[in-house]
Design a protein around this ligand. Sequence first.
Ligand code: ATP
Ligand code: MG
Length: 498
Amino acid sequence: MTIIHLILLILLIPLKMEMTEEKETAETAETKKSDGNLFKDIFNICNSYTKIFKDKRKISPEYIPLKLPGREKDCTKMASVLSDAFSGCMPMNIFIYGMPGTGKTSVIKRVFDEMEKFQKKNGHNENKLNKVKIITKYINCREKATTEYQVLLRILEDERLKEIASGRGSNPDNNNEDKIYGYKLDGLAVEKLYEFLEKVLKRGKIALLVSLDEVDAIRKNFDKDNLFYNLVRMNSSLNDNLSDNPEESDNFNGGIAIISTTNDMKFKEKLDPRTRSSLSKKDIFFERYEASQLEKILEERKNLAFYDGTVEKSAINYAAGYVRKTYDGDVRYALNLFQIAGEITEKEGKSKVTHEEVRKGCDVVNVDTLNEGIKRLYKHLIIVLYAVADAIFKKRYKRLIDIHSDAILSGEAYEAYEEKCKELGEKAKTMRWFREYLNDLQKGEFLALSESGKGVRGNTTIISVGKYYTPKEVVERVEKLLLNEEVQKEEKQKEGTE
Ligand SMILES: Nc1ncnc2c1ncn2[C@@H]1O[C@H](COP(=O)(O)OP(=O)(O)OP(=O)(O)O)[C@@H](O)[C@H]1O
Ligand SMILES: [Mg+2]
C-alpha cells in the first residue's frame, strides 16, 4: 500500500461511517413504520391488491371438485362395474389408461367417495342379499408402495381392516385369540401378509376395492406379477365352497377387486401371461381433454374459486386453447396457469382476469417452475438431467426414433452423462447411483421413465424429459445456470488474486 492509498483511506473512513449511520437511521425509520413484522407487511401489501379470489384452494390442482366435467361418463362406467360389490359379487378388475392430467386419480377418488357415502346412507345390512361390507382403499403406488410387500402393508394398515382383524367387533372383551394380526407387520414373510388379508376379508365379509394408482411405480415386474396373481387368486380361494343359491345370506366370503391406473398403454402386455389370463378386467381409456372440455372444467373451477364477474370468457378460452396445444390438454397445467393469471390480475390492481393476464401467466409458469426446480438439485442430478435433455434435443441416439422420438434408453443416457461429467471436470458416479438419480429426477417430474416393451431389445428403461418442459428449455436453463456458476467462480478467483 502506497502512502497515497493510506491518506485516502484515512480520509474515507469517517465518510463511510457517516454513510452507514445514515443508512441505519433510514432503516430504523422504515422498521418503525412497518412495525418490524414480516407478515404484517405482507398482509398490508396484499390488502392493497384487488380481490379476485373467493377461495384460492379451489383452483389448485390438488383440489378435487364434486363435478368432473368431461368425465361424467367414465365415472358412471366405473361405478356401474363396481356396483356389483353391493350384491356380494366381486366386480371385475379395472384398468384405467390415460396420459398425465386426464383425471384418472380424480375419477377414482370421486367414485370411491360416492360409494362409501351410498353405503353409509343405505346401511350394508339392509340388503337381504348380503352382509357385504365395502371398503374402498386408495393407494398411490408412488407413495411408499413401490413393491409387492409395501402394497400389502398399506392395505393391512387400513384402520377399518385393523379393527376387524383385532377381533374387537366380534368380542367386546377383546379376546386375543380372535386377533388376526396386531400392530407389527413389517418384517413378516409376504405369505403371512396374504394369509392375514384373506382371513380379515373373510371375517368381515369385506368386498375390498383397492386402487393401485400409478401402478407402474411398482418397480419390479416380478412384484407386479405376484401382486396381481395372488390378489386375484385370493378371490377364488375365499369363495370356493359357496352355495349356488344367491338368496342365501351367507353367499359371500369377502373378495378383492383392483382398480389400476397407468400412463403406460402397454402395461398389461408386460404382465406375465399366467397373471394376465387370471385377470377378469375392464379397460377404460381416458382420452386427453379437448379444448372445449378444458373450458368447461375451468368454468366450473372459476365459479368455485373466483368472485362473480372477475373472469372474462376470453381468459378461459385462451387458457384452454393454449394448454390443449402446448401441453396436450394436461388439466393440471391449465389450473396452475389460471391461478397465476388471477394473481397477476390482483397484483396489477385490475378487476378482471382477461386473456392478457393468462398470456402473461403462460410465460411465468414454465420458466418459474423449471428455474426454481433446477436450482434446488444437487450437482449430479443437474448433470444427469442436462445430459438426457441435451442428447434428446440434439437427437444423438437413433435407436428409439421410430417408437419414441423424444426419448433415449438408459444405457445411452448413462453414456451421455459420463461425457457431460468429463466436459464439466466431474467424476462420473457409478451406474447404481445413476439409477437413483433417474428415480429422483422422475419424482421431481424433471424426467419421465417407463420400461421398454415390445420393439426394444432387452428390458431397459426409456427416458424422456418430464411433461412440463421441453428438452430445449431444460438445456437452455441448465446452461444458463452453469454459465452463471462459471462467471461467479471466475469472479471469485479474480478477487482472490487481486
Ligand atoms: N374433469 C375434471 N374436472 C375438474 N377438475 C379436474 C378434472 N380432471 C382433473 N381435474 C383436476 O386436475 C387435477 C389433476 O387430475 P388427476 O390427478 O385426476 O390426473 P391424472 O390423470 O391422475 O394425472 P397423473 O397421470 O399425472 O396422475 C385434479 O386434482 C383436479 O383438480
Ligand atoms: Mg393420478
